[in-house]
Design a protein around this ligand. Structure first.
Ligand SMILES: Cc1cc2nc3c(=O)[nH]c(=O)nc-3n(C[C@H](O)[C@H](O)[C@H](O)COP(=O)(O)O)c2cc1C
Length: 361
């Protein structure tokens, strides 16, 4: 996961225990944050005369440089332990069936454990058509030569590298390494030296306007905003920490820390970004996703909602994917949007007060 950047030589049993706890707590209700600006505060404008047929609505991303054509993908989630293999297999199987791409969980363990490489290679072999997105933490990027990171992508034939940043989680994780000094420089070097696109992602705390500006010229392909409103890694680490430990007490204070996905999208709309915007974090259904697209996102991903299904079966994941596409199409139909460029016209977003407020953060 996020929070994977503790010592490269962490004992495997500890590592696996942590990963199993992450999945258990991420599925709990208490891991979900409450935020001020949510998708419920944004409305798409209903069009009574859409002048299109439902069957003609196209969901494919027509950007010739897009990494994959589906508007959706499964967000990076580390299974990272023996039981996690079934979860990854079900996610990949459903992705193969539906054409969704899949963000793999942090590959940090592969940097020091060859057997972990084999697990992902098996998935790659079994599901050859799935577009996989590699994943590593920013604190690993700071200390790892680009060639070694390239190996992570090569080992699973990944289309791109997602670099996750998770300061809150690292600060609250008992085993965490809250060391991000040199991150910006390392990211810039990675974007220059890696032979594939780099995507920077949060893990549920979103991006401020200032940060979105700071990273504008470093060569990122996309920024996955992953804002608050869904899985909150401060909460998860609080649940993992001992009763009344400093981490648990602090996690309560920071239980709703972060910038919502909606606000992150709004901040981005105030910056002339040179990278693509991707959205995740608290996206519950196809209508939330449609709102993200209308607010400028080019791709949308689900972590918690996909995980809920992946602990059941591959078919449950596949049905979930179909449902998301169906709901997105309804939103497009009822806004008269035959394709994404139409949906992305700003006129489709109702002018709620917070959408027009002066954003100076
Ligand atoms: C079990 C689990 C493991 C995760 N592991 C990773 C990871 O390894 N790398 C990463 O970038 N994000 C990871 N995430 C974060 C998600 O990609 C996503 O940013 C975050 O959970 C917010 O999305 P959600 O509200 O849909 O859950 C993980 C999420 C979950 C639920």
């Amino acid at each position: 996961m996020p929070g994977d950047e503790s010592s490269s030589f962490e004992e495997i049993p500890n590592f696996e225990k942590r990963k199993a706890e992450h999945i258990e707590y991420a599925l709990s209700q208490e891991s979900q944050s409450f935020v001020k600006t949510t998708f419920d505060d944004v409305a798409l404008v209903h069009e009574a005369l859409p002048e299109i047929n439902f069957a003609d609505i196209k969901l494919n991303d027509t950007d010739p440089k897009a990494l994959f054509t589906s508007p959706f993908f499964v967000a990076s989630m580390t299974a990272g332990h023996a039981d996690g293999e079934a979860i990854n297999d079900r996610l990949a199987s459903a992705c193969q069936e539906s054409g969704w791409a899949m963000g793999v969980g942090s590959q940090r363990r592969e940097l020091f454990d060859e057997s972990e490489k084999k697990r992902w290679q098996l998935i790659r072999k079994k599901y050859p058509d799935v577009q996989l997105l590699s994943n590593i933490g920013l604190s690993q990027v700071i200390h790892t030569p680009v060639d070694k990171l390239k190996d992570l992508l090569d080992s699973i034939d990944a289309a791109a590298l997602m670099v996750h940043t998770n300061p809150l989680q690292e600060a609250l994780q008992v085993e965490g390494t809250p060391n991000f000094k040199g991150g910006m420089k390392a990211l810039e070097k990675l974007c220059t030296d890696l032979d594939r696109p780099v995507i920077l992602k949060e893990t549920g705390c979103g991006f401020s306007k200032i940060t979105l500006k700071q990273i504008n010229d470093i060569g990122l392909f996309a920024v996955d905003l992953s804002g608050s409103g869904g899985t909150h890694w401060g909460r998860v680490e609080g649940m993992r920490a001992g009763a009344d430990s400093p981490q648990q007490l602090a996690a309560k204070a920071f239980a709703n820390w972060g910038i919502s996905t909606v606000d992150s999208l709004l901040y981005a709309s105030h910056v002339k970004v040179n990278y693509r915007l991707w959205a995740s974090g608290g996206i519950r259904n196809g209508l939330d996703a449609a709102k993200c697209f209308a607010l400028g996102a080019k791709k949308v991903s689900f972590a918690r909602k996909a995980l809920e299904k992946a602990v059941v079966s591959a078919d449950a994941v596949y049905q979930f994917m179909q449902q998301m596409e169906y709901e997105l199409k309804i939103a497009m139909f009822c806004t008269g949007s035959k394709n994404f460029s139409k949906l992305q016209q700003i006129g489709n977003v109702a002018n709620y007060p917070h959408l027009t407020r002066d954003i100076n953060v």
